[in-house]
Design a protein around this ligand. Sequence first.
Ligand code: PBG
Length: 328
Amino acid sequence: MEMMIRARRNRRTPAIRGLVRETGISVDDLILPVFFHEDAEDVAIESMPGCTRWTVSGLIAEVESVWKMGIRAVVLFPKIAEELKSANGAACADDEGLVPQVIRAIKKACPGMCVITDVALDPYSSDGHDGIVERGEDGSLKILNDETVEVLCEQALCHARAGADIVAPSDMMDGRIGAIRVALDEAGFEETGIMAYTAKYASAFYGPFRGALDSAPKEGDKKTYQMDPGNVREAVRELLMDEEEGADIVMVKPAGPYLDVIARLRDETTLPIAAYQVSGEYLMIKSACGGGWLDEKAVVMESLLGIKRAGADMILTYFAKDVAGWLK
Ligand code: PBG
């Protein structure tokens, strides 16, 4: 056959494929979400096979071990004791609480580790919502925006005081990025970054996470604050607000089912984009690979590559430790 162009020439050898490869995964791209509690035992998380809810000392050992493997960032998710939960989630700003304690311990054991914290009320809320709940006369639930933002600012300040590098508001209240930025700056924490959960969808893929932390809403759902899965223009709207309010990094969550949203935000912003491969995405891959028909390593790497190719700079993934090992 006579052909001027043969695309396969660039695929002929591993060396050539390496030269022309457009996207890759590096351990620098990875953020490991970690779970922990105040209890005395490390507990295997039933809803997320291979993940553990650590004691504080177990967590510190884990963080030191992943640091040695090259992972440079963790995001903290506490399971809070039932008796500390309340309607306004006030325990979230206690300087002697579990999260600030863990931040200080990680910074002591592993000073170079980038510590990212989740800012939202759900672990502390007796209602299991990310904001403060008001019950109408007719029994309907309303999540109060501005009242919640005040508490979130206290929570972010508490994390900053303990030494967090970046706070990550995952609550989806309006105006919280700007309010947290101002609160941090006024307290002298100009250097504390904000990773905004910019486009966080009201997704069914968070189920295993809520199982891990026992943090599912007691009543109702999160659809009045998390985004409708059908919307992408609205993600751009959220992006414009978060940019204006001083976000340092913007996030899309979940990742795999929302690659178009990542790509769209990539076109619209110069800010770094994080994508969160959430618990349901993790569980799907884990369960599917159990039968032996899928090669777990290959499937995980391909799923992450897709997320990077869509435009993400960094990925929060429960596979981070496995990936760091595979890349070695
Ligand atoms: C809570 C929060 C959730 C996740 C991260 N932060 C759950 C939710 O919004 O209900 C989900 C992460 C995952 O599923 O892996 N603010």
